[in-house]
Ligand binder design. Structure first.
Ligand code: NAD
Length: 369
């Protein structure tokens, strides 16, 4: 029996609480089976926190997140809060959480489950067995660089400015995450930038190469320009194992890679911080999808992205790789058995609710355990 670990769940808004409910059932299953136990607490974030406390992230919630071994998030936002000023929007709660926890590495796997191969817009042979991981730098680059802003010029026209900036430590820490991950996979990293036209890209390439040569010679490193990478992702995505890239390119490439799999309701993510002296790293796990207000409260949402995010947590925060694989196998088997929420419906499969998908998953876990 694995010892207790501190988990903070932030279900958030819209379908967040519904999908999180199914994650709780999986956590409970692990506990009942005495495979792994977690000390679970729950708090508010986003619009729910705004309604209760007047802020999308209360100080006490932030402190609880900082103290947790891992944070599980549902989703934030919705039409109810759309008209609010930017600083008060539910999304600010999540952005602040990521910033305060210094979650600089965003991991987004693109994994194709065989039963869902028809959901992709790409031909089956291009994506069959696809399993790649994008590691995106999350706290630097052009989204944060100074100077930034919009100014009016003397002639009355305006100028918008953002600054792409990276330092050696910022590149090295995210590079390390990519190399370490590759060591647990197929030992290949593709570092992506635009060194042909950007100095920050030249630095990125040089630092990644140095890091490789000093510490990760056992991993194969290649470099690719971001525009070519976008093209290669749809031409031949199986050439990639781990892609390491900056904030801006990662934003675009991870959405592109995500859609290779064809289904938003299936995509998990992890955001990791630095390892501290006690060997602990702050981490937040969440589905890629948003709060889906159009289906919220209808027991229709696909909980699998959240459940797969929980599996990532097992693997990356608690080193429970076998347990993570167990959850992933149960997901695959549930899909093989024909269970489909509305977002992944195909002819000949059975439409199930959020709760029924949870039921199916637990049955599959029972069979595997
Ligand atoms: P969305 O991801 O919420 O929904 C897009 C479409 O996909 C909708 O049709 C929705 O019904 C469907 N969908 C999403 N997740 C699903 C699931 N698990 N199962 C079945 N169908 C699913 O994106 P959106 O509509 O652009 O945004 C809605 C709200 O969510 C906005 O307020 C937005 O700001 C917020 N948002 C939050 C996050 C986050 O919390 N990380 C991410 C994206 C958007």
């Amino acid at each position: 029996m694995v010892s207790n670990r501190k988990l903070l769940a932030l279900p958030g808004d819209g379908i967040g609480p519904e999908v999180m409910q199914q994650v709780y059932r999986v956590i409970d299953w692990f506990d009942r089976r005495r495979i792994a136990s977690f000390e679970l607490s729950e708090d508010l974030v986003g619009g729910a926190a705004l309604d209760a406390h007047g802020t999308p992230l209360a100080e006490s919630t932030l402190q609880a997140a900082m103290a947790a071994d891992a944070v599980l998030l549902g989703a934030v936002g919705g039409p109810k809060w759309d008209a609010l000023p930017f600083a008060l929007k539910p999304e600010r709660g999540l952005l602040r959480l990521r910033k305060e926890m210094a979650l600089f590495a965003n991991l987004r796997p693109a994994l194709v489950f065989e039963p869902l191969i028809g959901a992709s817009t790409l031909r089956p042979e291009v994506i069959r067995d696809l399993d790649l991981m994008i590691v995106r730098e999350l706290t630097g680059g052009v989204y944060f660089g100074e100077p930034r802003g919009i100014e009016t010029l003397p002639d009355g026209t305006r100028r918008g400015v953002n600054t792409q900036v990276y330092t050696t430590p910022e590149i090295i820490r995210v590079g390390r995450v990519a190399f370490e991950l590759a060591r647990k996979r197929s030992r290949r990293v593709t570092s992506v930038e635009k060194a042909n036209v950007m100095e920050s890209g030249v630095l990125w390439r040089e630092e990644m190469q140095k890091l490789h040569d000093c510490e990760y010679k056992d991993v194969a490193l290649s470099h690719m320009y971001a525009d070519n990478c976008a093209m290669q992702l749809v031409r031949n995505p199986k050439q990639f194992d781990v892609i390491a890239t900056d904030n801006l390119f990662g934003d675009l490439l991870s959405d592109c890679a995500a859609m290779l799999t064809g289904s938003l309701g299936m995509l998990p993510s992890a955001s990791l911080g630095a390892v501290d002296q006690s060997g602990r790293r702050k981490a937040l796990y969440e589905p890629v999808h948003g709060s889906a207000p159009d289906i919220a409260g209808k027991d229709m949402a696909n909980p699998l992205a959240s459940i797969l995010s929980f599996a990532m947590m097992l693997r990356y925060s608690f080193d429970l790789a076998e347990e993570a694989a167990l959850v992933e196998r149960a997901v695959l088997n549930a899909l093989k058995g024909g269970a489909r929420t509305s977002d992944i419906m195909q002819p000949g499969t059975a439409r199930v609710s959020t709760t029924e998908m949870g039921d199916t998953l637990l049955r599959e876990l029972d069979k595997l355990a």
